[in-house]
Design a protein around this ligand. Structure first.
Ligand SMILES: Cc1cc2nc3c(=O)[nH]c(=O)nc-3n(C[C@H](O)[C@H](O)[C@H](O)COP(=O)(O)OP(=O)(O)OC[C@H]3O[C@@H](n4cnc5c(N)ncnc54)[C@H](O)[C@@H]3O)c2cc1C
Length: 393
């Protein structure tokens, strides 16, 4: 049997691609090594862009609506910047991903859970996919196998070192304690090199985590996490044991190709993660949709050529990811300066919320941020000095 498309991995990227392709009438076979619903270490915050992108309602699995962020610097000097309009939604990944997988099943994709893809081989006119249970053939293969993607690494040559390392725990908190945390994210800067720590509220529980660039953190991630937990008042008295480590393959090179021959990658497998805040769910969903569009338009031609997916990703997703890369460099190389900017001009963060909502471009926002820094360097320097004294005192 020759399938039109085989999808490896059923996270947001793979499930979306499988859903869209099956809706278009293609013959789709999709594998995931896990059985759903499955846990995935993740803050589970969906930006409002996800709501714009998904063609169906997912509110049944939303656990909290987010209106803004309480920023802090080394757990001090809290700065709430809360908007009148929603910025995003918090979900738990077991329920959200299960919903996306069910949508793919409903659209007609054949789903095989608990079956791991172990290798792929491109042959003349088709691709062979080897799994833990057998061997299959398809005209095109989509690698949606996440941060440790075989396809991203072995076929497309992504560098596995270009990752952030993260740890996350999900803690039951109860109505009384979780109530005051609802509606907002807590983000702490300056607590880890090139990264941040978070507390994201869910329905009666919270996601607590920390992430930083692998080469800067140098194996000390658990220590940074413990220090953050010790300092955070909201976490006092909680027994945090079930901590999971994972990596975040951030975007790092606008020249990188995401399709080769009859194989392409979506989401984390293609390093489509915002290098500033680590947002990856939207990019996984959107790249899954773009992949499905390119593949479905070409699958019936005599010589299938899916290289157009490279141009589509370069045009639609790389400009924002590139701006996020520059933002990340600015903020994480000068976290105090970033915090000072937030205090001096909180309205800038309101503008950033528009970026998260998909109402303004990342590129414009970054350009404006730089022009603000250049316009008032002395004012920022004085505030920065005050900030240094305040966090040391
Ligand atoms: C700690 C942490 C916190 C995060 N917080 C956020 C957040 O709040 N908001 C946000 O937008 N992003 C966040 N991210 C990033 C986000 O989790 C990812 O970008 C997103 O899950 C990418 O989706 P995906 O479909 O590409 O990959 P995944 O969601 O990782 O899905 C990949 C799937 O492939 C399966 N798989 C892997 N290998 C194989 C194989 N060989 N064969 C078959 N199946 C396989 C896996 O079981 C998995 O189901 C966070 C990441 C981490 C690590």
């Amino acid at each position: 049997m020759l399938y039109d498309v085989i999808v490896s991995g059923l996270g947001p990227g793979g499930a979306t691609a499988a859903y869209e392709l099956a809706l278009k009438g293609l013959n789709v076979l999709a594998f995931d090594k896990e059985k759903f619903p499955r846990y995935k270490p993740c803050g589970g915050c969906l930006s409002l862009k996800v709501e714009r992108a998904l063609p169906f309602d997912f509110k049944g699995v939303v656990e909290d609506t987010i209106y803004g962020v309480v920023f802090s610097f080394k757990s001090k000097r809290r700065l709430p910047i809360i908007s009148g309009k929603p910025v995003g939604y918090n979900v738990t990944r077991d329920r959200f991903d299960n919903l996306l997988k069910e949508k793919a099943t409903g659209a007609g994709a054949i789903i095989r859970e608990g079956e791991k893809v172990t290798g792929i081989e491109e042959c003349e006119g088709y691709v062979t996919v080897k799994t833990s249970r057998g061997e299959y053939k398809a005209k095109v293969v989509i690698g949606a196998d996440g941060a440790n993607s075989i396809i991203g690494r072995e076929v497309l040559g992504f560098n596995p070192k270009m990752c952030a390392v993260a740890v996350e725990a999900e803690l039951p908190l109860g109505e009384e304690k979780s109530g005051p945390l609802r509606g907002r994210l807590i983000m702490d800067f300056g607590c880890i090199p090139h990264g941040y720590a978070w507390i994201f509220p869910k329905n009666n529980n919270i996601s607590v985590g920390i992430a930083g660039h692998t080469d800067k953190v140098k194996g000390r991630i658990k220590r940074y996490f413990q220090n953050f937990v010790k300092r955070e008042k909201a976490l006092a008295g909680l027994d945090i044991r079930d901590v999971h480590g994972w990596s975040i393959p951030y975007f790092y090179d606008e020249k990188k190709k995401v399709a080769k021959g009859r194989v392409l990658a979506v989401g984390d497998a293609a390093h489509l993660v915002d290098p500033f805040l680590g947002e990856g769910i939207y990019y996984a969903i959107r790249s899954g949709q773009l992949a499905a569009k390119v593949v479905s338009e070409r699958i019936h031609s005599a010589r299938i050529d899916i290289s157009a997916y490279n141009e589509v990703i370069e045009k639609e997703l790389y400009p924002a990811l590139n701006a996020a890369y520059k933002m990340g460099n600015l903020v994480y190389n000068y976290p105090r300066l970033w915090y000072t900017i937030l205090r001096t001009a909180p309205h800038l963060m309101e503008r950033y919320y528009n970026v998260i909502r998909g109402e303004e471009s990342y590129e414009n926002f970054y350009a404006e941020l730089i022009s603000k820094i250049k316009a008032k360097p002395w004012k920022l320097a004085v505030r920065w000095l005050k900030g240094v004294l305040a966090t040391r005192g």
